[in-house]
Design a protein around this ligand. Structure first.
Ligand SMILES: [Zn+2]
Ligand SMILES: [Zn+2]
Length: 190
């Protein structure tokens, strides 16, 4: 009775490792990224290659997985909306407990959070998701000091640091500017 699909890219088969504590298995593979990996403004494109470099180690209670995952990132700058292409590399470490190992039943909360092997399979996806999301900035920026957009015309200030509006801009705005001047109470005099 298992809910894991052994053919899923992020489901690892530990049969080759065996259960003798201390035995180890290096696992290097590239898998397609699952959907919605990351956050809305910065994510790993679905299907793009995720490089896994893992070590599986049999311990008394289960299988200890450690290693790294490296993936592409797509997103946009939180200040200027410029597309961002980056790469992320996260550390992975988790103990997957054998599904036939019983724990103290009074400790049900802990039990729920325990990652478990199902038969000889383990699902790396939740671990990968958590690691990627934790590693992402809440507000991705195209560059550390991105100046953002001009509040008047929306131009990207990083492209035009000397940006200013002393002189008339786009003629399409000229009419509007005149209107604003008329409505601005500070400019009306008796
Ligand atoms: Zn930016
Ligand atoms: Zn402007």
């Amino acid at each position: 009775m298992t809910s894991l699909d052994p053919r899923a890219p992020l489901v690892l088969d530990t049969r080759e490792l065996g259960r003798r504590p201390g035995s180890q298995l290096e696992m290097v593979r590239t898998v397609p990224a699952p959907a919605e990996l990351g956050i809305e403004v910065l994510h790993v494109p679905e299907g793009s290659p995720v490089e896994l470099d893992l070590r599986l180690e049999a311990v008394m209670e289960g299988v200890l997985v450690s290693g790294s995952a490296t993936a592409e990132l797509d997103g946009e700058c939180a200040r200027c909306l410029e597309p961002i292409e980056d790469e992320i590399s996260v550390r992975l470490q988790e103990l997957f407990v054998y599904d036939d190992v019983r724990h103290d039943s009074s400790d049900t909360d802990l039990e729920d959070e325990t990652s478990r092997l199902e038969d000889d399979l383990l699902d790396l996806e939740p671990l990968l998701r958590d690691a990627v999301v934790l590693a992402l900035p809440f507000q991705p920026l195209c560059e550390e000091d991105c100046p953002g957009l001009c509040v008047e015309c929306g131009a990207r200030l990083a492209d035009d640091p000397e940006h200013g509006h002393e002189e008339p801009i786009d003629p399409r705005w000229a009419g509007l500017q005149g209107l604003e001047t008329l409505q601005d109470p500070s400019t009306t005099t008796d």
